[in-house]
Design a protein around this ligand. Structure first.
Ligand code: ATP
Ligand code: MG
Length: 442
């Protein structure tokens, strides 16, 4: 992409309305723009990041055996009345009346709709287990939308729903999602720590939140220091093997959100030097709630003995849009964002230090063409901005590698490569630069 033809409305000054660094940087880097309170337009570069996050989340869901569907954003109120949550949800639910005076709502989550959908699609216990997920916009009329897309009113969520014949099988489905979350967040360049959590309005008795430690986070957590750093299973993991040993350590009192925190047990069982009390950002939340929705919505199935039994379910959410902010909270410096390779909007930022100069233009066009041909996604700053402005913009938007070409270097057959994360620079020939960057990304 040539910057001269792109839409990247960056901002030099810090926007006053942004309280935390990710919100500031997303606005400054031209990723998002507020449309109304808690509702955002995703500008081209932000949208690219969002799509990349979504794709990694999707890939790991599928790897763990979940099947993708797409449910609507607007739902009828009927099912919610049946489950009893139409009243419970209160003002967070955006209620809508259609032209026929039917009560509708913009879905804040999908337990009811998926339970009803699944009910109409299965015959017997032989159709179990199944896990269905979708990645869809949600609306919650948050009392205090803030921190940009981190606590928006409209936000993108991946939500999966498991269906099993017995609670024991349901527990296995829960474990699969647990492990797939460990892998998902690692691929996004994050350490998201599982914490035993409260089940809140979803209900049920088994739940974990996945938390990224950050002072700006809205959650409060307590955990054993040893649980902050951990190994994550690689892609050869067999999801049908017993996953209990992998996840067994993340239970209360060793890792818990404040609602599940038991101060006495924590003090008794964890040495003072190992106690960590910190703030964090919730990027995922998983629940096992048994038959809480299948019972009121009559989702039953015939077991092998011919009895009708209520299906055992769980639900598994990831804040896809919130992750864009969470990644920035975890990875930035004074100059701007530092994208992990896996979600960076482009792989390389190519800077032409003297646009309009024929030799430099030709050399840059050649670098651009060769990198693109090799499958490296390049943002080419071909504008006639000053060099200084180009450097700060590239640092601000945080692409992992910068490739800098100017007339003086090119006269010696030299260009510069800069790694955004370490700031290290290297002078190489244009051909070597192409090869090196190709190896980084292809
Ligand atoms: P929170 O405690 O932050 O309000 P929640 O418990 O209401 O979250 P869930 O209902 O479990 O959230 O939703 C699943 C995921 O969706 C959360 O883990 C979070 O990452 C994301 N999420 C929830 N509310 C918002 C929001 N208002 N804006 C952006 N992402 C959100
Ligand atoms: Mg909430």
């Amino acid at each position: 992409m040539r910057l001269s033809k792109y839409f990247l409305p960056t901002i030099k000054e810090n926007p006053k309305e942004a309280e935390i660094v990710s919100h500031r940087l997303m606005l400054r880097a031209g990723m998002i723009r507020q449309a109304s309170a808690g509702i955002y337009t995703w500008l081209p570069m932000g949208f690219k990041v969002l799509k990349k996050i979504e794709e990694i989340v999707r890939d790991e869901q599928v790897r763990a055996g979940a099947i993708e569907v797409l449910m609507p954003t607007i739902q009828s109120a009927d099912l919610w009345k049946q489950s009893g949550r139409y009243e419970d949800y209160g003002k967070e639910m955006l209620r809508i009346t259609d032209r026929h005076d039917r009560e509708m709502l913009y879905g804040p989550t999908n337990e009811e709709l998926i339970t009803d959908t699944f009910k109409n699609g299965i015959q017997s216990y032989r159709d179990l287990p199944r896990n269905l997920f979708h990645i869809q916009w949600k609306f919650r009329d948050e009392i205090r939308p803030r921190f940009g897309i981190m606590r928006g009113r409209e936000f993108l969520m991946k939500d999966a729903y498991s269906f099993d014949l017995t609670a024991e099988e349901g527990r296995k489905s829960y474990n699969k999602m647990f492990v797939s979350y460990l892998r998902t967040f690692e691929r996004l360049g994050l350490k998201a720590i599982p914490m035993a959590a409260d089940t809140g309005p979803i209900g049920g008795d088994l739940s974990h939140e996945f938390i990224i430690l950050a002072d700006t986070g809205e959650s409060e957590v307590y955990c054993h220091r040893d649980l902050v750093d951990f190994d994550v299973p690689d892609e050869t993991l067999d999801y049908d093997s017993d996953l209990t040993p992998i996840i067994a350590k993340w239970t209360a009192p060793y890792a818990a959100t404040d609602e599940q925190h038991d101060p006495d047990r924590f003090a008794r069982e964890v040495d003072e030097k190992d106690r960590l009390h910190a703030r964090g950002i919730e990027v995922g939340h998983i629940f096992f709630f048994g038959s809480k929705y299948s019972k009121p919505l009559n989702l039953t199935v015939q077991d092998s003995g011919g009895n009708q039994v209520a299906i055992e379910s769980g639900s598994y959410g990831v804040g896809v849009s919130r992750l864009a902010g969470a990644i920035i909270e975890a990875s930035h410096d004074d100059n701007g964002i530092i994208w992990p390779k896996s979600v960076s909007p482009f792989d390389v930022g190519l800077m032409n230090l003297k646009a309009g100069d024929e030799t430099t233009d030709t050399a840059c066009a050649d670098l651009y063409q060769k990198l693109q041909a090799a499958g490296v996604d390049v943002l080419y700053d071909d504008t006639d901005d000053r060099a200084g402005a180009k450097f700060s913009k590239m640092d601000l938007i945080g692409l992992p590698w910068q490739l800098i070409a100017g007339p003086r270097g090119l006269a010696e057959n030299e260009v510069e490569i800069k790694c955004r994360a370490t700031g290290e620079r290297e002078t190489v020939s244009p051909d070597d630069a192409v090869n090196k960057l190709k190896n980084e990304f292809c």
